[in-house]
Structures are given as C-alpha cells and as structure tokens.
Design a protein around this ligand. Structure first.
Ligand code: IVH
Length: 667
C-alpha cells in the first residue's frame, strides 16, 4: 500500500518532470518548495531508510570520481560534414550500402556539451558515466543525480519499465549561465572555460557535488542504447518511448523522407539556433530504421548510419588597437584586447578577453595585429588566430605589467595558477569591483550606484569598504561629478533601502569565493542568519544538504578574516542582523493555543493576497501542518478561487472548508 510519504514523492517527481523535462510547470516554485519541505519533514520523522530515488536525495554523498568503467557498448563519436555536398555524399553512401531501399532520416540538434550514459535498473537511476574515451567512461553518478531533468526514477505508464535501461545523452549548461560562469572564473583568477563542452565537463566532473548542484546543468537524451524487452523499430519510436518514461529528449527532432528536406532543416537552424537558450554546433542526421542502422553498421569510430552536419563558426577580422589590464574582485589581472569595432553574429564587438599572460604569448598577439575573432559555440568572442602575414612591422609586443595597474603593488605569480594577481588587500581596483558586485541587481540592488560613481567614491576615499556606503550623505554625494542633489538624494534613499535586504542577498553580495546566489540561499535557509553561520563549525556547514567542503571552507575563511567588516555592517543597521530569515522563524514564536496549532490543512486555489507557499508558512508558524492531498486526516481545506479535485474530495469526505476570507480572519 502506498503511504503518504510515497504519494508525496510521486507527486514531487511528477512536478519535477513537468518543470524540468517538459518545461510546463503546473504549480509555482513556492508551492513546489512547500511540497519538498513537507517531504523533508516526513522523512526526518520516520525511521525508515530514505530510498536513493527520493527527490530529497539529489545532493548527498561525495562523488567518487576517477572510477573508470567499461561501457556496455562503445560510445562512438560522429563523422562530420561541413556543407551540402558532404551531406549528399553521406546520403549516397547510405543508399549504395542499402542497395536502393528507401531511407527515412531523423534530424536532431547537435547539443554542445558532454556525452553521458545513464543506467536505470528496475526504473531507478543507479549509475552514470561520462563518454570518456568511448570504451571506458568515468563514473559521475552522484553529480548526475543533481541534474533535475535526470529522473531518479522512470515513470511507469502504459509502457512497462524495463529491468535494465541505458540511455545516452548530452549534459550542457544554458548560454546565459556560460557567460556568467566565465565572468566569475575570470574575476576569481581562473581560466574561463574555452567552450561549452569544457564548461559542462568542468561543472559535472567535480568532487564537490554541491558545486555541481549549484550550476543549472541540463540534459537531452539522444539514444536508447539498451532496454531489456524493448523492441522499437525506429529511432523516433525509441525517443517517444523514452519521453514517456520521463527522460528529457530535445523537442526539435524532425523526421524527413528526403535528404533535400534535411538540408532545409539545417538551413532553418543556421539562423534559429541563436534564439535557443543552449548552444548547438550543428545538426545530427540519423537513419531512422533500426534494421537499416544495423545493416549499415559502424567503423571503429563512427556509425555509418549517422553524421554530424556542423554549423560554420562565425568569424570576423578586426584590429587590436590596445591591450588593457583589468583587476578583478579577487585581484586577478585579466588582459583585454580593445578592438576596432566589428559586427559578429549580430552584435558589435569592441573588446575581447585575452584571459591571461600565457594566452597572449602562446598566440603571439601584438598591439596593431589583425586578428580573426570567432563566436563559435561560445557566447564570449575569442581571438582564434593572428594574421601574421598582414604584419607591417609596426606591431608592438605587449609587456605584461609587473605592478598592479591600479595600486602599483608588485604582482604575484605562483606555480599553482596561470593568473597573475595583485595581492594588496587595499587595492582600489579590487575594492571598486567588490562594491559593484555588492550593489548589483542580484545582491543588495542599489540602483544609481554605477561604475562612474563608484570610481569617484573610492578615488576620493569616501568609501574604503562596502560598509562605508552607509555613511554617505546627500551633501557629500552632491560634490561628485555629474551628481546633482536629486540624484544624490535618490542614491542615499537606495542605499538606505538596501538595509532591508534579506540575509541571503547580503551573503551573496559579500563576494565570498564559491558563494553564488544558490549557495547563499541554501546557507541562510539552514542557519537563518549570518551570525549563526559565522559561529558554526566547518563540519556542521558541510553537513548541510547542497554544501560541500570547498564552499564550507571558503565561508569560514571569509568570516575568520572579515569580522570587522561584518561589525561595521551591523553597526550601520542592516536589518538582517537583527531579523531572522522568515522561513526559519524559531518554533518559540508559535502560539500553542492558536486555531491552527496541531491541525492539518490543505491549501488550494488562489488566495489572491498571499501565495499558497506564504499561506503554508503562516500556518506552520502557528503550529499547524500543511499537506498536499485531502485525506480523512485533513482538518480543514482552505479554498481560494479556482479550486478543483481537492474541493470535491473535501466535500465528499465532509471536511470543513474555509474560504480565503475565513482563513485571513483566523490568521
Ligand atoms: S548521436 C553513435 N545525437 O556529439 C551516435 N550525438 O561529436 C552517437 N551529440 O559523442 C551520438 N548531440 O556526445 C548524437 N543529438 C545528438 C547529439 C550528439 C550532441 C554529441 C555526442 C557525440 C558527439 C559527437
């Protein structure tokens, strides 16, 4: 018999699938969180072991990287074709080998990421490997479990779940996240990922699973490699079956009767791929019929029944006018080529990062050089080649600075990393970047505090750390260039408003290594306040679901060195030092005799002035329980507008119903 806990797990799996695999969420994020919390609470209250496919078990354990395991059958690569002629040659070879029988093709987008294999035993995800060298892959099971679109359990529908199933697909990072991670890596003095494939591999193959979990990795399954008892006749049929089992396949797969149609599909995606949220570097053309695939067979490297038809890299030629060196938030020095403006893939490019000193030397990039700029499968344009034949002799070799261009401190080079760093903690350039991060939209969101203002505030020594922002007055600010009294008043107002920011925004805004928005939220959700977090021992921080040793160490290291800054922020009156995170209000605040205390509620429909998640929190804070389904144990159904089956069930079971107005009154 299914228990309440089983039902809840099934419900969460259903909503995970709707949200992450089908992109058709049926409930709000807040409601989803309520379900997750409810499951966590139920699991904490039971002695029964938590099964590995429970939705709460996505992050847990340490990854055992490096275990090399042999693939059931080799994970082959694809032969490439680059133009219509080569596509036709592929089709002619297929026809020749199949001796004129008619052939149907399937086209798919070629996702630029990392190939992986997922193994399900009796419907449960038990092992995941990278492609590796094709013969042997590396075990990344725990890392793959953190990807929400990888189902931990297959969906049982009209298709029986096979005892063993192996699906293969591509793990990737969305485009916007690629840019963000690369910018962050550069500020932290790490080399940016050279392409989407490296970014996916670098995010998946991590010992600290919580860092993998903090990256929004995704997957598209493209092959059913093995399924006991399944006998699909075509590739399209196998994709359809996998979809029904809950595996996420790309929606742009198309079926064609002729190679001319395949060419049209390719031409369509040459342009349309720019509108996708992920990178594609071509299309994959596959013979649809499995018996024909078998007849065609494979070479030692490639299948003869498929080919990758690659998009041309988008390139432009321009001139390096100058090379600047920027100092990041953590002191890493990054050279940037200032270019003669040029249009590339629809955008005007005026500069390109040169990453580090080594990159300039390896590519021998000189000031005045004509260079080939490329935006291929990567959102950040890069210099792929110097046109040395075009050199006139006037080009100037760039000498990497020995001193920080901002504060003149001698730079530091270590064997450990390629980045050259300014290690002066008082460096103004680092301070400016830290303030900009603190004021950014996803941190303390101080509107009106742009780079020009930050430059002046730091240069005039009005601000020496982020806490000094709270000492600024209209009079002082009005003395800055291009800052009239109204703008100054507005800025002071914005700074004042930022004091109300919740603790997770402040934690993110402090710019601690490895503490992105996700991690900051997880930490505050668990510890409620910065004070509690800063007094927590390493092992306890590490034990939080979603937090690994690297993050925990980085957090404690920051708190160990920055108490004076935190004291200053507390002194400035930031609210989060005195108010605890709402979601974690202590049990003591519960009125034991409240109407809600000890009763079980189900919330359904729209309550208008409150989300269902907020309503649940209010009930829990008053000692009530909130569950997702109406059963005989439910004490009250709170029914907003637009109710459905829950309402009917409550009427059937004669459970008292509160309207939204009744509920607010009880609150
Ligand atoms: S089919 C034997 N389909 O591209 C067939 N591969 O360059 C093997 N890839 O190793 C692959 N999207 O990791 C296939 N729709 C797709 C793909 C795809 C990306 C990757 C895959 C493969 C590499 C070959």
């Amino acid at each position: 018999m299914r228990t309440e806990i089983d039902e809840l797990r099934a419900l969460i799996r259903y909503h995970e699938h709707k949200y992450y695999a089908e992109n058709l969420p049926e409930i709000s994020d807040a409601d989803f969180d309520v379900l997750m919390r409810e499951l966590e609470e139920l699991e904490a209250a039971t002695d029964a072991p938590i099964p590995p496919d429970s939705p709460t078990r996505r992050v847990g354990g340490g990854a055992e990287l490096g275990t090399r395991l042999q693939h059931r059958t080799p994970m082959l690569s694809l032969n490439n074709s680059y133009d219509e002629n080569e596509l036709r040659e592929f089709a002619e070879r297929v026809h020749r080998l199949l001796e004129g029988t008619s052939v149907e093709y399937v086209t798919e987008l070629k996702i630029d990421g990392l190939g992986v294999s997922l193994i399900y035993e009796n419907g449960v995800f038990t092992r995941g490997l990278t492609r590796g060298d094709g013969e042997y892959g590396e075990e990344v099971t725990d890392n793959l479990r953190t990807i929400r679109s990888v189902p931990l359990r297959l969906i049982e529908t009209e298709i029986a779940v096979p005892p063993v199933l192996e699906a293969r697909g591509e793990v990737f990072l969305p485009k916007d996240c690629l840019t963000e991670i690369n910018i962050q890596r550069e500020t932290e003095g790490e080399l940016p990922f050279a392409n989407p494939r490296n970014a996916a591999a670098g995010s998946l193959r991590l010992l600290d699973v919580s860092i993998t979990a903090s990256r929004p990795l995704d997957i598209f399954i493209y092959t059913l490699n093995y399924a006991e008892g399944f006998t699909p006749a075509t590739h399209t049929e196998s994709l359809e079956n996998m979809r029904r089992l809950g595996l996420k396949c790309n929606p742009h797969t198309t079926y064609h009767k002729s190679i001319e149609d395949v060419q049209k599909y390719y031409e369509r995606w040459v342009e349309e791929r720019h509108g996708l949220t992920y990178e594609t570097d071509g299309i994959v053309v596959k013979v649809n019929n499995f018996s024909q695939q078998q007849e065609l067979g494979t070479t030692s490297k490639y299948p003869r029944w498929a080919v990758a038809y690659k998009f041309n890299a988008q390139q432009a030629i321009t001139t390096v006018e100058k090379i600047d060196v920027q100092v990041g938030r953590t002191g890493a020095l990054t050279p940037v080529a200032i270019l003669k403006p040029v249009t590339l893939a629809g955008a005007t490019i005026t500069n390109a990062t040169l990453h580090n000193e080594q990159e300039i030397q390896t590519k021998d990039i000189r000031i005045g050089d004509r260079i080939v700029l490329e935006r291929a499968g990567d959102v950040i344009p890069k210099v792929v080649e110097v046109l040395t034949a075009d050199r006139t002799g006037d080009e100037v070799i760039f000498k990497f600075p020995e001193r920080c261009p901002a504060c003149d401190t001698p730079v530091q080079r270590t064997e450990k990393e390629v980045a050259v760093r300014c290690v002066n903690v008082g460096c103004v350039a680092q301070l400016k970047r830290r303030i900009a991060h603190y004021a950014s939209r996803n941190a303390l969101q101080i509107e009106g505090l742009g780079p020009a203002t930050i430059d002046q505030l730091v240069d005039k020594e009005l601000v020496r750390d982020v806490a000094d922002l709270y000492t600024l007055e209209v009079e002082k600010l009005s003395t800055l260039d291009r800052m009239g009294a109204p703008s100054a008043r507005n800025l002071v107002h914005q700074i004042e408003k930022s004091k109300e920011a919740p603790a997770e925004k402040l934690l993110f805004g402090l710019g601690i290594f490895h503490v992105g928005e996700n991690v900051a939220e997880l930490l505050i959700e668990h510890f409620s306040s910065l004070d509690k977090l800063s007094k927590t021992p390493l092992e306890e921080i590490e034990s939080v679901r979603g937090i690994g040793p690297q993050i925990a160490e980085s957090v404690l290291n920051f708190f160990g060195h920055n108490q004076p800054l935190l004291d200053k922020l507390r002194g400035a009156g930031l609210h989060c030092f005195t108010v605890e995170a709402a979601s974690n209000r202590p049990e003591a605040s519960i009125a034991a005799d409240s109407f809600f205390s000890g009763k079980t509620f189900v919330v359904t429909g729209s309550l208008k002035s409150m989300t269902r998640g907020e309503a649940s929190n209010e009930i829990k804070n008053r000692g009530g329980r909130v569950t997702s389904s109406v059963t005989s144990k439910t004490d009250y159904l709170i029914a907003g507008e637009g109710t459905g089956s829950k309402y009917t069930k409550a009427v059937e079971l004669e459970i008292p119903i509160l309207t939204a107005a009744d509920f607010f009154e009880k609150l």
